[in-house]
Design a binder for this molecule. Structure first.
Ligand code: ZN
Length: 301
């Protein structure tokens, strides 16, 4: 029996991709694994996203379960080296698959998963984007496991005596399923991909005008720690990069529309030189102009 167990462990360690995750301390009770500021590829195998653990006292609250089953296994194992606590809940900040394909592991542990009421409507991929872009040994055992507790407008939970407030953005901002997770005791808010740092934000499934409004609200909350879905900046000013980028993009697209320029013209000619050296500019900038133009063309804002 023991020999069999050793064989299984040996076989597993031979074949599973090692993410080499290192938890970073954000505040006294919050640790995050920060992904690299790049696209999904077969080197990072989806480790280009943030996944965070909050020590609530007797349990961890997990915000975003990461890109694969194996990532989730490794993240929780690293966190247990700091303090061996069970997990109370996993929250999925939105539907993009780098943020929640680790759910399967947590479901196996019997943990409830919280997501937006819109989550399932937005998830229709048979083969996920992650599956297409990562190696087989990283994707092993990954399945699409959806949340089983839904937030429509706002829900308050008490975990280990501490309050957490989960608010649904309820409009298309980064996606149509964005959630904000506020923990007043530690003045910390998790905002998913409403905030990017160190790389360009992706507007693909978003609405630039609503996204900016949401950033205004987050700013007004004046939380001490504001933790986004990508990038390592987590202080009260972490919204600035995304905010400044979206506002400049909005203003330039508005000007192009006002000047009667068509979409092709806007996509080729709008320049934002201060972002040219930011990670993922080449991949996302033209697509972001295109999406912003389509949103704003018919908007009265
Ligand atoms: Zn996203």
């Amino acid at each position: 029996m023991r020999f069999l167990l050793v064989c299984i462990i040996f076989f597993h360690s031979l074949h599973a991709f090692d993410y080499k995750l290192k938890p970073e301390k954000v505040n006294a009770t919050t640790y995050c694994f920060f992904g690299s500021p790049e696209e999904i590829n077969k080197h990072n195998n989806g480790n280009m996203v943030n996944s965070c653990f909050v020590d609530m006292g007797k349990s961890y609250l997990v915000v975003d379960s990461g890109p694969t089953y194996e990532y989730a296994v490794q993240a929780y194992s690293k966190i247990k080296e700091i303090k061996n606590l069970p997990i109370s809940y996993v929250i999925n900040t939105h539907v993009h698959d780098d943020h929640w394909l680790g759910n399967g592991y947590y479901k196996e542990l019997g943990i409830n998963i919280i997501g937006s009421v819109k989550f399932q409507d937005e998830t229709k991929a048979e083969v996920t984007r992650m599956q297409r872009n990562v190696s087989k040994d990283a994707y092993t055992k990954t399945t699409q496991v959806f949340p089983n507790i839904f937030v429509d407008k706002e829900k308050t939970f008490t975990i280990d005596g501490k309050k957490i407030v989960i608010t649904s953005v309820n409009k298309k901002a980064h996606t149509s399923s964005d959630l904000l997770v506020y923990i007043p005791d530690i003045s910390t808010i998790f905002v998913g991909d409403i905030i990017f740092n160190d790389r360009l934000p992706s507007l693909r499934d978003g609405n630039i005008l609503e996204w900016i409004k949401e950033l205004d609200k987050i700013k007004a909350m004046k939380a001490k720690y504001v933790i986004g879905g990508h990038g390592t900046k987590t202080d009260a000013t972490s919204f600035e990069f995304t905010y400044n980028y979206l506002v400049e993009l909005r203003d330039k697209v508005a000007k192009a529309i006002e000047d009667g320029k068509d979409i092709e013209d806007a996509v080729s000619n709008i320049k934002m030189p201060s972002y040219e050296n930011v990670h993922m500019y080449d991949t996302l900038q033209k697509q972001n102009i295109d999406t912003a133009y389509r949103t704003m063309e018919w908007s009265n804002d």
